[in-house]
Design a protein around this ligand. Structure first.
Ligand SMILES: C[S@@+](CC[C@H](N)C(=O)[O-])C[C@H]1O[C@@H](n2cnc3c(N)ncnc32)[C@H](O)[C@@H]1O
Length: 397
């Protein structure tokens, strides 16, 4: 039996935790025991000594403890972590057939009871990212569980600012025999290649899958602009849906090169022009040049990484929306997304409504989309809801 260090909360700090939120911040505890190290197992108790939960600590992180269970009889060991992974795989059974894809998020951190862990699958490869030094020692058992459940290859990509915040060394490499890079997979009719080693995140934005499907459904015969295209996934789905011409912009040349390869793979390279640029600037030139589009997709990177960034994020999105509306043909459609949990539905809809009102045009809100079911939202943890997408079509007055 493992031993657990007791950590006492300050008075009245337990409500959020007892309501299901798993993060314990350093300023919420009475006094951090000196023996806490990254990965130390802990038992958190209220100031009065009542049980709150068991979890893992990381004294170098602002999130001092991530709770993993409320049950003080539950051992946090390999068997427990393997059980959580198996459960996550079980709730995704049939997901690929239903959504006609073999690109599926397998672990979504707090949404799957494994705070700080992400895993995406592309065919028979699983790509794991660990953003919690506390869970790092359990990576081998997670990898083994994926292999036992049909994922022949496992790649770990734990890199970036989050690692620095967690005090973790960056790491990326195969945890199994090496598979092939880039990794091939499919989404509906489209074939894609994803490069975890050089791309963003695990290599691909699986979370935008449903938005891409809507764009495809609206695209037949249309001239489109995909303003933040990454590796061209939405532009390709649009072209496969019959779009006649797509301008796909991104600031990353690596992403655009991969996008061109993906377009060729799908036989739509003649329909998509990939161009490098800063969309905020390129929009001005496109407008000056009198370019017009029947459909515009705005899926910028997270504009608000913290609540502090919200005013600037709001201004940036409003400007983008205004410019997009100026370049949108009558009866056109607009898809606008934000991928920051700070940017609430109220805020997003407010910005979009203001821009639409200023354009003196009328749009119907066809659909609100959030992240798909393989990115499960944990209702007690607002941070797990982060993707919000509005689909608008112009009302023909
Ligand atoms: C959320 S991703 C888009 C994902 C895409 N919709 C998909 O389906 O794969 C945002 C993209 O915006 C790009 N980006 C960031 N700043 C940019 C800018 N100022 N202008 C153009 N692209 C930018 C990033 O390189 C990234 O590829």
């Amino acid at each position: 039996m493992a031993s657990y260090i007791k950590v006492k909360l300050k008075p009245k700090e337990e409500d959020r935790l007892l309501a299901g939120h798993p993060w314990v911040f350093a300023n919420e505890i009475e006094k951090a025991p000196k023996t806490l190290a990254p990965g130390t197992l802990v038992e958190v108790i209220t100031h009065k000594g009542e049980p709150v939960g068991r979890g893992v600590a990381n004294p170098t992180s602002k999130i001092l403890i991530r709770l993993l269970t409320r049950d003080f009889d539950q051992e946090i060991d390999d068997a427990f972590i393997a059980g959580r992974v198996r459960k996550a795989l079980q709730i995704r059974k049939g997901f690929g057939d239903k959504h006609q894809t073999n690109g599926i998020r397998l672990l979504f951190g707090e949404g799957d009871g494994l705070p700080g862990m992400i895993a995406d699958s592309f065919g028979e490869t699983a790509v794991i990212s660990c953003f919690s030094a506390g869970l790092k020692p359990f990576i081998p058992v997670m990898s083994k569980t994926f292999q036992e459940n049909g994922y022949k290859f496992v790649y770990e990509k734990s890199v970036g600012e989050v690692c620095v915040k967690e005090g973790m060394a960056e790491f990326q490499d195969w945890l199994t025999d090496p598979g092939k890079l880039p990794i091939s997979f499919f989404e509906g009719k489209a074939k894609f290649q994803s490069s975890p080693n050089q791309g963003h995140k695990t290599g691909f934005y699986l979370d935008f899958r449903e938005a891409r499907k809507r764009i495809q459904d609206l695209s037949a015969g249309k001239v489109l602009l995909d303003a933040f295209c990454y590796t061209g996934a939405a532009a390709i789905q649009a072209a496969l849906g019959g779009a006649s011409d797509v301008l796909a912009l991104d600031s990353s040349q690596t992403a655009l090169d991969e996008g061109s390869q993906n377009a060729k793979l799908n036989g739509v390279e003649n329909k998509i022009r990939f161009e490098k640029g800063d969309s905020f600037k390129v929009f001005k030139d496109l407008k000056k040049g009198g370019q017009m589009f029947d459909g515009i997709l705005l899926d910028p990177p997270p504009l608000a990484k913290s609540a502090h960034d919200l005013p600037a994020a709001r201004t940036a999105l409003k400007r983008l929306m205004g410019q997009a509306l100026d370049m949108l043909n009558p009866k056109g459609f607009l898809v606008v997304g934000t991928c920051s949990h700070h940017f609430s539905w109220t805020l997003l809809e407010g910005v979009v409504r203001e821009a639409v009102e200023e354009s003196k045009r009328s749009f119907r809100l066809l659909e609100r989309l959030t992240q798909p079911q393989d990115h499960p939202i944990n209702l007690s943890i607002p941070e797990t809801e982060y993707l919000r997408v509005l689909v608008l079509t112009e009302i023909n007055n």
